[in-house]
Design a binder for this molecule. Sequence first.
Ligand SMILES: [Zn+2]
Length: 259
Amino acid sequence: MILAILQHIMLFLLGAAISSFLSALAFRIYQEYPVRKMLFQPSHCEKCKTGLKWFELVPILSYILQKGKCRNCGKMISPEYFYAEVFLSGTFLIFSILGVPIINYFVVTMLFFISIFDLLYNQVPRFVMHAVMIMGVIWFLNRVLTGSNSHGFYLDLYFPVVEAFLWAALMSFMNLIKKSFGFADILTILFIGLVSEKMLQPSISFFYGALILAIPSIFFIIIDPAWRKKYVPFLPFLAIGYVVASLAPDGIVFTIVSL
Ligand SMILES: [Zn+2]
């Protein structure tokens, strides 16, 4: 019991730490830092360049204690960083409590990383997207060659890939009518297909992602039609959809879909 609680706490903290590292990394990639600086330069305020003290590096907590501002110059820190930390650490905690397989932590971390780019900069750098796709292909080939997947059942191996291709085709088709999805969105659903170990996982990810995105969007468009023209990043919603799909036990998957 104590060990289990300790594990939950450790994973929660790990999620917060990874989130904090990847957010900073995304910022540095976007700002085109040289590789050495990108990985090894100590954290600092981007405006006044003051180095951050250890207590300013505690994820989630330091943001709350400093009320979202730099201690030195008072520059506001984007709240997106805070939400990102809450999202990833919260997801790791829930995954830990529900005993979700390790691969899901890996996938959600990848989805999280590309979502940061989409959320903050409205685009994902090509090489980041390529790296994610290569990891997905390696993971898939590994399962094909070793015949190992958690259920030992072929449908769980190939079905999600077929599903993902169908969604990708639908998204490309919708783009012909009205440009709605970016190239990164389409690649990401294929990535989810490659690493899914459950039937319908890509479909549920897409369905819930789109649903969670659609409800507030419709609300905003009704209030102010100008919202229709705004860029809405889809990847963060796809990441949330994937978390929902990971939590649904196999039986429930069919129940939800048949509702
Ligand atoms: Zn500052």
